[in-house]
Design a protein around this ligand. Structure first.
Ligand SMILES: [Zn+2]
Ligand SMILES: [Zn+2]
Length: 120
């Protein structure tokens, strides 16, 4: 069972959740895929997302632009992204009922640089 990064309580199936993940953008799909070697970073109940993060989210429909460098996100690029949706039952990780937009997307290198980390 995964836990909310805000209140530390369980994220029960069916609850509304924000999910931050690593993945790869595929131009034909609204939501990037997960990377097999790293996927979900953190999750929050919709109401538990810190205000500092909520304020920097930039809801977008395709074509997506990196929230940090503003360049267009191209097919097969590695990204960090938020989705908002319903928590599925384990072992599934992808949120359901995600809608047609993404709350946030950024190149993985831009995201790491913004956090002051080495992207490698
Ligand atoms: Zn919570
Ligand atoms: Zn970028």
């Amino acid at each position: 069972m995964s836990m909310c990064a805000g209140c530390s309580k369980a994220l029960l199936p069916g609850s509304r959740v924000f999910q931050l993940a690593y993945g790869e953008y595929k131009a034909t799909y609204i939501t990037p895929t997960f990377n097999p070697w790293r996927d979900v970073i953190l999750e929050w109940h919709e109401d538990c997302l810190p205000r500092s993060l909520l304020l920097v989210l930039l809801e977008q429909e395709q074509p997506y632009h990196c929230m940090i460098c503003a360049a267009k996100v191209s097919d097969a690029e590695q990204v960090t992204y938020f989705t908002r949706g319903s928590k599925p039952s384990p072992p599934y990780k992808r949120l359901e009922a995600r809608g047609y937009s993404l709350p946030m997307i950024a190149h993985i290198e831009c995201w790491a640089r913004a956090l002051g980390r080495d992207p490698k």
